[in-house]
Write a protein that binds this ligand. Structure first.
Ligand code: NCD
Length: 292
């Protein structure tokens, strides 16, 4: 057990369940200080609020010493490569690296060259393992199980690492996973469902932000039009089952994916997801560092 955490598909379901159980124990108040004093470097080459800072809170709760790298004031500005930047922190003798980068599978060029364990904080449109883990924890807390539940992921599926990771792992856990949204952002083989059907049928509606920064061509729908067609609002939310919940990885563009009034409504678990992000990241760090 332990080492890199790059993709959830490298872990068995039993290993993932053990991480979720540990995260739940942290949520229930367990303290763990055996990793105190270890040095972690957070190397985020893409903007982040939740992932970066919830990692940092998790690291502080575990007593780690935290170094957060700022690409804008680093030697990246002198054309140093991504690879040499990561190798630098590896050579410092850091105990753990948490990396986010816009390149899909950025870690392939690192795995045989970097000896410090790496946790993937998101790679391009590829994977976002800790986001999926916190989503699974939130769903498990809500329904008590994962198997048999149905989820619809709504929006810019093609450019979303959250959609890609969740589609795969939720299916592995026996959930029915659907996707819906603008036709140009749907993907083959990802179980399309019309938006209204998704609202009627699913236990979980997971809305996504339109990932404008990843688009080759300008998105040709106005934000108002998007909200009218694929947004959750005070009317269509009534189509949802009584027990169904709303999730979103955030950042939320209020009144685009979700009407302002629903973001903190009784159905929404959006801030719960953020809270669980800290516990999941504590558990993942313990896993990566092989803490007993
Ligand atoms: C997501 C991401 O960066 O992939 N946010 C997150 O980590 N909570 C989704 C997004 O940026 O829309």
């Amino acid at each position: 057990m332990g080492g890199n955490l790059l993709r959830l598909r490298d872990l068995s379901l039993a290993e993932i369940e053990a991480i979720l159980d540990q995260a739940q124990d942290f949520c229930d108040g367990e303290k763990y200080q055996k990793l105190a004093g270890k040095i972690v470097c957070n190397l985020f080459f893409e903007p982040s609020t939740r992932t970066l800072y919830s990692f940092q809170v998790a690291q502080e709760r575990l007593g780690l010493k935290v170094i957060s790298f700022n690409p804008g004031s680093s030697s990246l500005q002198k054309d140093e490569s991504f690879y040499d930047t990561v190798k630098t922190f590896d050579s410092f003798g850091a105990d753990l690296l948490v990396i986010r980068h816009s390149q899909n599978e950025y870690y392939n060029e690192l795995v045989d060259k970097v000896s410090t364990p790496i946790i993937n904080g998101g790679d391009g449109t590829g994977q976002h393992p800790t986001q999926s883990l916190l989503d699974l924890l939130t769903i498990r807390q809500e329904f008590g199980h994962l198997d048999g539940l149905s989820v619809a992921i709504i929006g810019d599926i093609a450019h979303s690492r959250v959609a890609h990771t969740n589609f795969e792992i939720m299916k592995r856990f026996g959930m029915q996973v659907y996707t819906s949204g603008p036709p140009e952002y749907m993907e083959e083989g990802m179980n399309f469902i019309p938006f209204e059907q998704a609202l009627i049928r699913c236990d979980i509606i997971m809305a996504l932000r339109i990932q404008h920064e990843r688009h080759q061509m300008k998105f040709n729908m106005s934000l108002e039009e998007y909200h009218q067609t694929y947004g959750l609002n005070a009317q269509n939310v009534d189509l949802m089952r009584k027990s169904a919940i709303i999730m979103h990885p955030a950042p939320v563009n209020r009144n685009v994916e979700i009407a302002d009034e629903l973001v903190e409504s009784s159905r929404s678990r959006i801030f719960k997801q953020m809270q669980n992000g800290v516990f999941v990241r504590m558990a993942v760090i313990r896993y990566a560092l092989g803490g007993d």
